[in-house]
Write a protein that binds this ligand. Structure first.
Ligand SMILES: Cc1ncc(COP(=O)(O)O)c(C=O)c1O
Length: 481
């Protein structure tokens, strides 16, 4: 017989044990946050090291929290690349935050599933209110419908499914066979998630038109117009355009107002991928980035990219929720309810189960307030621009793109290294050496065929000294003064 409040076979942690364990985990999390800057930012484990340190079989009997935490430190921590490290400057340097950690803990404690309003009214309604807060914070229409998904990849897939439904082809009932090829448009700089959505939707990658960009990596609206005309002329069915606000490589902003015009002229859906840069619009001076987006049919922005919300949290807005309902609503008997006048979020997406992600967005807004969010975004942009100035001032550095937000694309051109192949080899090797030092982690991309290194500021702990040190490391490893 197991006493109430103690661990027994088949029993959960009792409330007292849970409380004690939460204190231990709280101490662990605080200590991690305190010391993360002294750890090597990029994991140094060899492939397979974590797997090989773990038993092949699950344990026959449970053991204690202390043992799990010991193994966490011994086995897992060395295999962590520290996204929380202030020197994490790769991809889009994202950051969680204290309020996000607190909300994730409560989310797990509640463990609710908001598939229907009835299965968690508070989740559904808080999610609707948070979508409205986020829209207003960015200067987008506050009455847009929206939902929170896991990632921008999911948000874009869901939006493009609704766009296809709105195009008047009955793929939902009839499938794709026998219909004209549907064509999707995005710039050559658009994220791979757009093309992946086309794969999942069964459109085929060859029907994704990658529209050329100008010298600042922005989609050419006239080339888009031309491509749409050509496809129509040849009997294909253009159905959606994806414009990007903050491209993944150079953070370029497509000319959305001109793209809106083209979409209107051709009667196609406009989805805006503002996964990274959308959140910059919390600060008034970056509102320009969303010019024209008020006219879009749908838009995704990720609080987990640049709004200090722990991954995962992506917000999908739409002016046309009825298209989403038509595409997705399918209610079996066991999910039917008698509640009317409410939103059942399962009707607007393919997923049924729904985490309580709105809670962390709420806590983030409550901790920072709009003014705090603006300040953090501004600080990141200032840091990136200071880094860009150093790049511009050094004769052996070359900047390869404008810096509208918090990402700097550049390469090093040491004396005597001139041809493109040698420059590419040099910069990729330099990247490896800098990353191996453990103090900073940078990633790379290609712009118009040129390899470039990227410094992406997005972490709340990143300060001037971290970027100064990163510049020093680049100089040291490149053999420059
Ligand atoms: C512009 C853009 N869109 C979409 C994505 C995909 O984001 P997620 O990881 O949330 O699917 C990214 C990722 O970096 C991105 O940069």
């Amino acid at each position: 017989m197991v006493e109430e409040g103690s661990v027994g076979a088949g029993e959960d942690l009792g409330p007292e044990e849970l409380e004690a364990a939460l204190h231990q985990v709280a101490a662990w999390a605080a200590s991690y946050r305190r010391t993360v800057a002294s750890l090597p930012v990029l994991a140094r484990v060899q492939p397979g090291a974590v797997r090989d340190a773990l038993p092949h079989e699950p344990p026959p009997h449970g053991d204690s929290v202390e043992r799990w935490l010991e193994d966490l430190d011994r086995i897992i921590l060395p295999g962590i690349t520290h996204w929380h490290h202030p020197g994490f400057l790769a991809y889009f340097g994202i950051t969680g935050s204290g309020p996000g950690i607190l909300a994730e803990t409560i989310t797990a404690a509640l463990n609710v599933n908001g598939m229907l309003w009835k299965t968690c009214p508070a989740l559904t309604e808080l999610e609707q209110v948070m979508v409205g807060w986020y829209a207003r914070a960015l200067g987008l229409p506050g009455d847009w419908f929206g939902m929170i998904t896991d990632t921008a990849s999911t948000s874009t897939l869901v939006a493009l499914t609704a766009a296809r439904e709105a195009a008047g082809v009955d793929v939902r009932e009839e499938g794709l066979s026998g219909i004209r090829p549907l064509v999707l448009y995005c710039s050559e700089e658009a994220h791979s998630s757009v093309e992946k959505a086309a794969v999942v939707l069964g459109l085929g990658r060859r029907y994704v038109r990658r529209i050329p960009t100008d010298e600042r990596f922005r989609m050419k609206a006239d080339a888009l117009d031309h491509a749409l005309r050509e496809d129509r002329h040849e009997g294909r069915l253009p159905f959606a355009v994806v414009a990007t606000v903050g491209t993944t490589s150079a953070t370029a902003v497509d000319p959305v107002p001109a793209i809106v015009e083209v979409c209107r002229r051709h009667g196609v859906w406009l989805h805006v991928d503002a996964a990274y840069a959308g959140s910059a619009a919390v600060a008034e001076e970056f509102r320009w980035a969303l010019d024209g987006c008020q006219e879009a049919d749908s838009l995704v922005a990720n609080p987990h990219k640049w709004l200090f919300t722990p991954i995962d949290c992506s917000v999908l807005f739409t002016a046309r929720p009825e298209a989403f309902r038509r595409a997705f609503s399918l209610v079996p008997e066991y999910l039917r309810t008698d509640v009317t006048g409410v939103v059942d979020l399962m009707d607007y997406s393919f997923q049924l189960g729904r985490r309580f992600r709105a809670l962390k967005l709420w806590f983030v807004f409550r901790h920072f307030g709009l003014e705090g969010l603006k300040e953090a975004v501004r600080r990141h942009v200032r840091l990136a621009r200071t880094f860009a100035s150093r790049v511009d001032e050094h004769p052996a550095f070359e900047r390869l793109a404008p810096v509208p937000f918090s990402v700097v694309c550049f390469r090093v051109r040491p004396p005597g290294v001139n041809d493109e192949t040698a420059l590419e080899r040099f910069n990729l090797a330099l990247l490896e050496r800098v990353n191996a030092r453990g103090e900073a982690y940078l990633s790379h991309t290609k712009l118009k065929g040129k390899v470039c290194l990227r410094v992406a500021v997005g972490n709340l702990a990143t300060r001037e000294r971290h970027l100064e040190r990163t510049f020093e490391l680049l100089c040291e490893e490149a053999g420059l003064q």
